[in-house]
Structures are given as C-alpha cells and as structure tokens.
Design a protein around this ligand. Structure first.
Ligand code: EPU
Length: 437
C-alpha cells in the first residue's frame, strides 16, 4: 500500500448520468479481514478464494508476512496462507496498518499460542469504538488482559470454555471470542452474539477446517473446543455493503443496474427500503436488479444489527433520500457519530439537519458538483453516490478510505456508464480548490 500516494490522489466525477448494465460484486471486506487472521489458527495450508482486491486485505497480508506467515497470491483474489511458522505474537505499531480489524489478531493469537501483544485497533473514525466486550470474552475464557502503551497484551496458561453474555451484539467481539475459543477446553457459549453474514462466513471457514461452532447467524453460538485445525480451500461470501452501494447507485442516478454475484437474502432490509421508495427491485438466485423510481418517495431508516438495516449503508441511503420527495428521518443507533459526512454532503447541495443521532433529510435537493473530502470509508461511498447524481464536476479527496473497501470502483462505475476517473493531482489547475482537508 502507498497511503501517501492515495492521499494525494482524488476522484473526478462528472455526474448526472444514469447508470446502466451489469456489475460484479467482489468478496466481502468484513469477512475477508476475519477469515484471513482466522487462518492463523490452522496448522497447514489454507487457500482463500474470492478475496476482494482492496487495501484492507493487502494490509492484513503484510502484517501476517511480517509475523512469519507465508502468504502467496495465486491470483488477484486467491490467497494461499501457511501459518505453520509464526515467528512472533508481538505486533508492533509499525507492522500494523491503520485498520480496525487488526483486533482479530488478538483472538487468533490467543487461541493458537495463548499469548498476543497487539496495538489497539485503528480504522474508520466515527466515535468511540471500545473493545471492552472482546476483552470481557478473553478474560472469561481465562486470559489475563492488560492495555498499556497503546497495545493489548493477553496471555493464558490455558483457555477454558465458559458462558459469555455480550452487552451488545458486537460483530468484532463475536468473531474474536469465537477465534479465541476454538481450542478452549470444553464448551464456550456466546449469548447475544451478533448475526451478520461475515460471522457466519468466518464460522463456516473454521468449521470446514475442523472447528465445532454451532449457531453462527443466531444470537447463541456454541463452540466445542477441538485440538487442531487442518488447512482447507474456502471461498469468501460476496460483499453485502458493496452490493448495497451499487443498488443505491442505480436508484440515485435514475438508472437500471443488475448487481451480480450477490446473496439476495443479505440485502432484504435494503431491498424493502428501495421498494418503499418506489424503485423496482427484482432478486433471483445470485443477482439483484434495481430500476430507479421517478419520483422517489421519502422513507425512514433506523440502523440496526443484522438482519436490520446496516449502519454501513446508512451514509449511502441518506444520500439517496436527499433525492426523494418529502422529509425522511434517519436514526443511527449503532455508532455515536456516523454523520460526519453530512457536512461534506451539504457542499453538494444536500439539505440535512442533525439532531443527535437523527438526520432529518429534506428532499428533493438539487445536487451540484463541488470539492469534498471522504471522512471515512462509507462516507466516501456516499460522496461518490452524490457526485454521480450531481450536475457538474465533483472532486473527492482522501481516496485512501474508499480504496480500503471498494475493489476497482472506478472500473466498475465506468462500465456502468459513469464519468469517473482517478487523478494524481496533475490536472488540479482545471478545478478550483475550494476546500483543504
Ligand atoms: N461496542 C462496544 N464495545 C465493544 C464492541 C463494540 O461498546 O467491545 C459498540 C461499538 O462502539 C458500536 C457497537 O458496539 O457502537 C457495534 O460495534 P461492533 O463491534 O459491532 O463493530 P465493529 O466490530 O467495530 C464491524 C465492522 C464495521 C461495521 C460494524 C457494525 C468489521 C471489520 N467492521 O465493526 O464495518 O460498521 O461491525 O456492523 O467487520 C465498514 O465496513 O465500513 C465498517 C465500519
């Protein structure tokens, strides 16, 4: 990864063009960043297929390599991992890139080696993101956990199965405890577990390798400790949030897009909302077709844990609601401050007021191109959607965030008829710089 390069680069989007055609969805980022560290638990060679070609995957691979794990890309989306010769369980901040999912190293290393020293996680910044539930789980299994000098240190003589009740259905805590418990003696039960598709994917991978995890995808997960995991070939599920972003792209541009290689079941909360707004949504076995409505009607959103409306699609749907007739209310219940992008969206003409965790969206606002800055991954996606619908030219800076989670976004949008390109800044003089990040 070259973060400096990506920070200098920006997207230039000439909007107001309906998107039409087909788009292929990549493997799920949040499944990939769980399954890759889960391979640390395996004594043997794993082959992971359908990995998205994104910065977060590259970052994880470079951390694993720095730990002595042999990682080889067999092609762009297939990674062979051999974790039989891990040389350290101490991870330095220099080894870690700025990613939230680095917390899975704690569960995986603790599970396999009974010790881990991992810097506190980074990732998208939308409010305080504690990991107390992860730590509660590790401690319940018998580990001693200390946070000092910006790192989490965990160690145990042995891990013993137990019952863990999560205070909230945390995705990260559920997966992390699952990893730590794979070899724990006896039975571990996670109550009030999160149910997101990537939790099921990670459990399926571990089970294929020999783990005994039951109930993933429900709110009670039971893990019976085993002695050893064997290397296997596993294919990652399609990305729920990338799918949703392209579905909304069709709706916001007055387009008609077939989104392929998806699991329609994962998209039900969004499908229902788009239909409520007037769009035509047809789902078959592994594709979803979205035809925009004209006009779109207002709708209310409340983000919830799966199968509720995902917080990771909240910035994108809020952007769509700026183009709907009437007033919409968006209630963000998962994260404290996930409306930072609203300030940037209003530069493009969106009419949104914030009342704590509620956004009041007034439609229909005329969007026009402007210079904006991505403040996090999904905020960046929301700005891209607004730019695709806006009249004139939009420049989006801070691409690093968008590249963390969206594979080949320029190529995919271009194939759908969008006028979008990545610029290295050489054509800066053609566009007035209105805002510095
Ligand atoms: N929470 C705690 N204590 C904990 C854990 C979580 O208070 O120990 C709180 C969080 O502060 C938050 C809520 O519980 O308010 C939910 O957090 P969760 O642990 O579920 O989120 P996460 O594991 O940090 C993952 C995804 C996020 C996604 C959330 C919610 C990964 C790597 N990240 O984060 O994805 O928003 O679940 O679905 O899986 C993204 O892809 O853009 C992204 C941010």
């Amino acid at each position: 990864m070259n973060k400096g390069r990506v920070i200098l680069e920006h997207f230039i989007i000439n909007g107001n063009k309906p998107l039409k055609g087909k788009v292929q969805i990549s493997g799920a980022k949040n499944a990939a960043v769980a399954v890759i560290p889960a391979a640390l638990l395996v004594d043997g060679v794993c082959i992971l297929e359908n990995l998205p070609c994104i910065e977060d995957v590259q970052s994880y691979v470079s951390v694993l390599r720095s730990m002595g794990v042999v990682c080889e890309f067999l092609d762009e989306s297939t990674l062979q991992i051999d974790a039989s010769k891990v040389c350290t369980t101490n991870i330095s901040p220099e080894q870690l890139k700025d990613m939230r999912a680095s917390y899975y190293l704690i569960g995986a290393l603790l599970g396999r080696y009974k010790k881990a020293n991992v810097p506190m996680p980074g990732g998208c910044n939308f409010g305080v993101r504690p990991i107390d539930q992860h730590i509660k789980g590790f401690e319940s299994l018998g580990a001693k956990v200390v946070i000092e000098h910006g790192a989490v240190t965990a160690h145990a003589d042995k891990l013993l199965g137990t019952q863990i009740f999560l205070d909230m259905a945390s995705v990260g805590a559920t997966i992390n405890i699952m990893m730590a418990a794979v070899f724990a003696e006896g039975i571990t039960t996670i109550e009030n577990a999160a149910k997101e598709p990537h939790i099921v994917d990670c459990a399926n991978f571990l089970n294929m390798c020999g783990a005994k995890i039951k109930g993933a995808g429900t709110d009670v997960i039971r893990i019976t400790g085993v002695e050893k995991l064997e290397g296997k070939r596993y294919s990652i599920i399609p990305d729920q949030i990338e799918t949703g972003t392209y579905m909304i792209a069709a709706a916001i541009t007055g387009g008609d897009v077939k989104v392929c290689n998806v699991i329609p079941k994962h998209m039900e909360s969004l499908t229902a909302k788009l239909q409520e707004m007037g769009c035509t949504v047809i789902a078959q076995e592994d594709w979803i077709k979205v035809k925009a409505a004209n006009p779109l009607t207002a709708a209310n959103i409340k983000t919830l844990y799966y199968p509720g409306f995902p917080t990771d699609l909240q910035p994108q749907i809020t952007t769509l609601l700026t183009q709907a007739e009437g007033v919409s209310y968006v209630n963000e219940t998962v994260f404290d401050t996930r409306f930072q992008y609203v300030d940037q969206l209003t530069r493009l003409g969106a009419k949104i007021t914030l009342e704590g965790r509620m956004a009041v969206v007034e439609g229909t606002s005329r969007l026009t191109g402007a210079d904006v800055v991505a403040t996090d991954l999904r905020a960046g996606a929301a700005l891209m959607l607004a730019a695709l619908a806006a009249e004139g030219t939009t420049k989006i800076s801070n691409l690093y965030y968008i590249d963390r989670g969206y594979e080949k976004i320029v190529e995919k949008l271009t194939a759908l008829g969008a006028d979008v390109r990545r610029s290295n800044g050489e054509d800066e003089s053609q566009i007035p710089m209105l805002y510095e990040a």
